[in-house]
Design a protein around this ligand. Sequence first.
Ligand code: CA
Length: 412
Amino acid sequence: MTGRLEFVRGVLSVGLMIFASAACETSSPNPGPPATPGTVSVFLDISARVASSPGGGELGLLGLAFHPQFETNGYIYVNYTTGSSGTPRTRATRVSRFRVSGSNKDQADPGSETILLEFPQPFDNHNGGQLAFGPDGYLYITTGDGGSGGDPQGNGQNLKTLLGKILRIDVNPAAGLYGIPSSNPFAGNSSGFRAEIFAYGLRNPWRLSFDGPTGRIWAADVGQDTWEEIDLIVSGGNYGWDCREGAHVYVGPPGGPSAACASATRLIDPIWEYSHDAGDYSITGGYVYRGPTVTSLRGRYVYADYGSGRVWALEYNGVDPAVNALLVDAPFSISSFGLDESSELYLLQYDSGGGIHRLVQTPLSSAGYEYSLARVFDAYSPAYAVGLQNAGDGTGRVFVVEQAGVIRVITP
Ligand SMILES: [Ca+2]
């Protein structure tokens, strides 16, 4: 469907497992983050410069990352869309750095913006938006293919554009705004390829995460009309779009594979894909669980479908085919996942009065576990939240990204 926004609110589904009833919320069988509100305050408000479409659109403040040395330098990085879709069209993605206000680590200075990257968005959908520092200290940025449907500009396979990629930059350059890591796959090329590119052939990689113990980079790439996929990202990898959707040859509609697909080789298939046949239609990438409370999920990649609200865990040992398990079927859209400093995993309910939830495991009398969701920080109903991060500075705070352009800090 041309112009279909997959980042739209889906049909609410009925909870499959015992779901966050009041009793369940207050009598969690696991220790973990309290269901207390914490203190919530505005960390950064840049809504006046963010072009946003909360309530189903894909524009907005989409990503946040803390500099690995945030505790000493106070730097944060954000990814947002700006500009207008009118004539002339000025819609663009920005990746910017901000700094905290003086010594106040509970507030960023809106006047401290330094734009590192800005590039035009030919259509309003597919803006990627993930920012994350890797264990290598470099900043990874996911970008969408520019939008519409079927990648009409062929951006995914075009190494001369930043669209449809995973980028990697050095935010601590000797000179300039950012540097190109010398180990980037196209560093120093003489073909006109963008040296920021780390991997390509992506459609709309809505969330990417690192798993420390295995060193793997996990990305969830939203599909066109048929297949949602999970990729393990490697340097220089071509993940197929728009030659393939998932592990399948892409023929459209709309459009079809771009001309570059005729000579594209070594396409990397996802390690997992699922179809739209059962009501799912837009993958929300998560994290490999390494937290303290949901012990049965340790080492498994937890992710969801935005549209159906279903949450799964994928087990992958690097050799055998991945094994997938349904955990819960939430009665709301799930926009993103996040971690606190203890690596506890949260998921974000996407609506005007959203919630922050975590997974709870309950042992079954026979064997195994069943899973439910428990709402936490429950005095705060984040409007259209799309991200949750910790600062890694030992304070225990978490920061919630609201799509309209506000970041709030929760001090437990
Ligand atoms: Ca792919």
